[in-house]
Design a protein around this ligand. Structure first.
Ligand code: 4NP
Length: 170
C-alpha cells in the first residue's frame, strides 16, 4: 500500500495540441489517483501552441463523461523548459511528441538547466510492445476517442502497478 510518507511522483502528459490525447490521459489519470498519496502534480501540455488556453476537444470531454469523469477542466498550454525540472515523468503520446520532447530536454540541459524528468512513451506501459503509440484522433472518426480512452486507461493502470505500487513496497 502507498503510504503518505513515500515521496510524491509528478506526471506530465504530452501530445501535439493538448486538446485531445493528453487531456484524456490527464483526466483519466487524475480520476484513477484521486486519493493516492504517492501522486503529486498532474498536468498535460502540447508540443505545439496552436490551441493555447482552449478547453479540451468536445469529443474528449464527451468520452470522459461517458466513463463517469465529469469534473475535469483544462486550458491548453505548450510545454516549456521548466517542465523538465519540475516533473518526474513526462509521457509522450506518439513518436513525434517523444522526439520533440527529447530535443527540448537536450536544449534545456545545454542552457544549464538541471532536468530531472524521465521522458518516455506513455505506451511503454502498454503491456504489449514497447512504445505503443496513441494515434491522433483529431481528424478521424469519433470512435478514435474511445480508443484513446481505452489506451490511456490501460497505460495508467500499468504505470501505477509497475512503478508507483512497486516503489511503495520497497
Ligand atoms: P492532440 O490532437 O495532439 O491529441 O491534442 C490535435 C489537436 C489539434 C491539432 C493537432 C493535434 N491541430 O493541429 O490543430
Amino acid at each position: 500500500m502507498a503510504e503518505s510518507s513515500d515521496p510524491k511522483v509528478s506526471v506530465l502528459f504530452v501530445c501535439l495540441g493538448n486538446i485531445c490525447r493528453s487531456p484524456m490521459a490527464e483526466g483519466v489519470f487524475r480520476s484513477l489517483t484521486k486519493s493516492n498519496p504517492r501522486i503529486g502534480e498532474v498536468d498535460s501540455a502540447g508540443t505545439g501552441a496552436y490551441h493555447t488556453l482552449d478547453p479540451p476537444d468536445y469529443r474528449t470531454v464527451t468520452t470522459l463523461r461517458k466513463h463517469g469523469i465529469t469534473d475535469y477542466e483544462h486550458g491548453a498550454r505548450q510545454v516549456h523548459a521548466g517542465d523538465f525540472e519540475e516533473f518526474d515523468y513526462i509521457f509522450a503520446m506518439d513518436a513525434y511528441n517523444f522526439s520533440d520532447l527529447q530535443r527540448l530536454q537536450r536544449r534545456a540541459e545545454s542552457k544549464g538547466k538541471k532536468t530531472k524528468a524521465k521522458v518516455m512513451m506513455f505506451g511503454d506501459f502498454g503491456g504489449k510492445s514497447k512504445g505503443e503509440e496513441v494515434i491522433d484522433p483529431y481528424y478521424g472518426a469519433d470512435n478514435g476517442f474511445e480508443e484513446v480512452y481505452q489506451q490511456v486507461t490501460r497505460f495508467s493502470k500499468n504505470f501505477l502497478e509497475e512503478v508507483i505500487n512497486k516503489d511503495a513496497q520497497k
